[in-house]
Design a protein around this ligand. Structure first.
Ligand SMILES: Cc1cc2nc3c(=O)[nH]c(=O)nc-3n(C[C@H](O)[C@H](O)[C@H](O)COP(=O)(O)O)c2cc1C
Length: 243
């Protein structure tokens, strides 16, 4: 059974346009590929406090506040999944504050490529505009998390009217569900963005290792064996694609 988790930075729960968009993508995916289970989590379901800037995550690769709110629980669900979707309403031409809080609290994941071995997709909904900036930003985060981004997609609510346009929704959910199914049924692939990020981080982690600098992020690079490979594709092939 493959697991998909979607986290949506909207407090409107099942009434959220972004929830409606993503739930249709996932329903179509499940109709075509029976052996998936999915969970959609909207930010109103959880208590997640903003990052307070203590820097501890960069030293220990863990957020000390995860045990005081729901962030640790959400983090674990995402780590245990095979494919992740991040969704956001566009607020003031960017992602919602709730999604940004998740990204801030997970900044250390960008140093550990913590979502390695997973496919990802980012989705927004807008009234009319602002989605390009938001989707580009979310895509960049997915690359830094080490996930293989298979699609970034916006659904406009007012102009053009897409959310309740049946033809648009049928075509879009068809296209996006195919991308999800390809990602969860095939070996994990690297790409030029992931290789660039891997190479830059490996250089920093290797310097820390050579100079015996103790650091939680370096420990993670050792435990996960990221540090042992010359390319990210080698890492994926040996740690994921062999089985
Ligand atoms: C505070 C706020 C700011 C918004 N800013 C934009 C914007 O910059 N551009 C836009 O096209 N729509 C904007 N919208 C509309 C939402 O992006 C749109 O209604 C979205 O589908 C809401 O998603 P949700 O129902 O999942 O929360 C804004 C809505 C709110 C509440």
């Amino acid at each position: 059974m493959k697991k998909i988790v979607a986290y949506i930075g909207s407090r409107k729960g099942t009434k959220s346009n972004t929830y409606k968009f993503i739930s249709q993508i996932l329903e179509v995916t499940k109709q075509k590929f029976n052996s998936i289970e999915y969970e959609i989590i909207t930010s109103n379901q959880l208590n997640i406090q903003p990052c307070n800037g203590c820097d501890t995550c960069f030293e220990t690769a863990e957020c000390p506040y995860d045990k005081y709110d729901d962030m640790g629980k959400l983090r674990q669900k995402i780590i245990n999944s095979d494919f992740v979707i991040f969704g956001s309403p566009v607020y003031a031409h960017n992602v919602s504050g709730d999604l940004k809080i998740f990204f801030d609290r997970s900044s250390s994941w960008m140093h550990t490529m913590r979502l390695h071995g997973k496919g990802s997709m980012v989705c927004t909904t807008t009234s009319t505009s602002g989605h390009t900036t938001s989707l580009d930003y979310m895509s960049k985060i997915m690359n830094h998390y080490g996930s293989n981004l298979v699609a970034k997609y916006n659904c406009s609510v007012d102009y053009p009217e897409e959310l309740y346009n049946e033809d648009w929704m049928r075509n879009t959910t068809e296209l996006l569900s195919e991308e999800i199914i390809k990602s969860i049924s095939n070996p994990q692939k690297s790409n030029s963005n992931l290789e660039y990020i891997f190479k830059s981080l490996k250089e920093i982690m290797s310097k820390c290792k050579d100079n015996n600098i103790e650091n939680g992020e370096l420990e993670y690079w050792k435990e996960s064996r990221l540090i042992d490979y010359n390319t990210f594709q080698d890492f994926l092939d040996n740690e994921y694609n062999k089985n």
